[in-house]
Every structure is written in C-alpha cells, then in structure tokens.
Design a protein. Structure first.
Length: 297
C-alpha cells in the first residue's frame, strides 16, 4: 500500500499520472491493486484502515483533477476472496472501521458497496469498474459473486486476456519470473481463426455471458492486454515473446464494439514484449485503426 509515499507530498504520484495523461489527451486509468494474493489484508484492521484512508486520498486527488478518471477495482483480489467462500456475504473484510462506511457489513459485499459509495461522495468524476477473475470459480459462481459485491452497479466491466504474452508462459523461462507460472505445454495461444480452442470467440462468449449475468449491460474495458507479436513458433525470448491479442483486436475492432467494448488497454510485464520490441506491430496497427476508427454502437 505504499503508492502514497512514492512522491512528495503524500499521494502526489496520482496527481503526476493524471497530469501526464491529461497533457497527452488521454483519460487516466488507475488500478487499485492493494490486495492481490494477500487475502490477509482484508482481515487486518490496521491494514484496512490504511486501505480506506489511501482510497479516500485517491478520490480527493481525482476530484481536484476535475476531469474524467477511470478506476479498476482490485484485480485478482475478488478472485482470492471468492476462493475463501463462493458467498460474498460470508467473506470477512474490515469495512466498519472506515467512518464513511460504518453502516456497511464487514464482508466482501460491504467492501464493494463502500468502494462505490465513497466514489459517489468524493469523486463523482471517477468512473469505476470491477475486475472479475475467471479462475475464482465456475462461470456461474464468478458471476454470482461479482454481482453480490456490486459489479453490476459500476460504470464498466474490466475483462482480461492474459497478463503476459502467451509465448512467455509457453517458454516457461527463468526470465522474467512471471513466465514460470502454469505448466509446460499449456495451451494459452488463442486461435485467431476461431476454429480450435481456446480462441477469441470463446473469450467474447464468456465476457458477454458475465455482462448479462451481473445486469446493467455495462460497457467492457479490456485491461492489461499483452503486446506480443504473432508467430507460428511457440515461446520466444525475453522482450520477444509471441502473442496475437494486439494483432486480432486491432484488426477486428468491429467484433469488440459489437459486444460492448468501450476500450482496450495494453500493457506488458517486465521482460515481456513491448511497443519498442514488437518490430513496429503496435505502431502500425494502431495507426491503421486511428485512420479509420470503428464507431461505438
């Protein structure tokens, strides 16, 4: 929870990000990623007191910025909570030690509602979305859990593909360390012809079923999309791992808008393929897209 101390005065990091994004004509997009895999955070009264104080500070800084800002609520965190219990009302989390949410229950449900109500109170110019973790349970369980915590009451849905290029996981390399997850021989490279599985239409079907299940027909933001370049050879080397999400998304924008996609954010992990090591893929495809963008429905 140390982001407030990265710059001076406390919390200046958020202001720097917003001002930098604004100068580039972009909308700032924050990811509130304070729980991660440490599920003990939500059961620690002291850590949650800090959590709520830092969240309030972020909202106050966003309000001072005065322009639209996006917040992605706790990727992975909800999935780890779900693994504690598929019923969010039975997952304990300190909420009532936050004066702004003293009437909410000390549960994952109360936490979700507190995140939403504080946004409304302190920074109505912030637009928020909950990340769901498809590994948290079966599809219907994930939808039910996220509906309980308030996913359907947000402004958008945060969907993901992979957090690293497929080739990184296929290589099962020692560098970067994120490549070592999963198992050798796993199938993580999506079939762009959509004839074998996994493929892009599989992902679209999952997220639209989730979108319908939580209610509200919320727009979708794809987050943390890896930047690898297509290849018929599995794996790769540091900074040159294969993937085809950028290639497919930017060549088929109509498929994305047809399911309610509002935006796609691209980001690589340390050691992964990036826009400086992808042989110009992102620059060329993004340029072609902006020359003839697909209108939103």
């Amino acid at each position: 929870m140390g982001w407030t101390g990265w710059n001076s005065p406390s919390g200046a990091y958020a202001t720097i990000v917003m001002q930098t994004a604004g100068a580039a004509g972009a909308i700032p997009f924050f990811t509130l990623y304070q729980i991660s895999g440490d599920i003990t955070t939500i059961t620690s009264q002291g850590r949650m007191a800090t959590y709520w104080a830092n969240y309030k500070l972020l909202l106050q800084l966003i309000a001072a910025y005065g322009k639209p800002v996006l917040i992605n609520f706790e990727p992975d965190g909800w999935g780890f909570m779900e693994q504690q219990n598929q019923n969010a009302t039975l997952v304990f989390a300190y909420v009532q030690n936050n004066p702004d949410c003293a009437n909410e229950p000390n549960t994952a449900v109360g936490m979700g509602q507190c995140l939403l109500s504080m946004r409304s109170k302190y920074a109505p110019n912030a637009y928020v979305g909950f990340s769901y973790s498809d590994w948290g349970g079966k599809a219907a369980q994930v939808t039910a859990f996220m509906q309980q915590v308030g996913g359907g009451q947000a402004d958008f849905i945060v969907g993901g593909t992979l957090d690293v290029s497929a080739g990184c996981l296929e290589a099962y390399a020692s560098e970067p360390s994120g490549c070592q997850r999963g198992h050798q021989g796993q199938t993580v490279y999506w079939d762009e012809t959509n004839t074998t599985h996994p493929n892009f239409l599989d992902a679209f079907s999952y997220i639209t079923a989730y979108q319908s299940g939580i209610g509200g027909d919320l727009p979708i933001i794809w987050w943390q999309t890896p930047e690898g370049a297509p290849s018929t050879t599995p794996g790769g080397t540091p900074y040159h791992y294969r993937d085809n999400r950028v290639d497919y998304f930017l060549k088929h924008p109509g498929q994305l808008t047809a399911i309610g996609t509002l935006a796609v954010s691209f980001a690589g992990q340390p050691g992964d393929t990036n826009i400086l090591t992808d042989d110009g893929q992102f620059k060329a495809l993004a340029g072609a897209y902006y020359a003839a963008p697909t209108p939103l429905p």
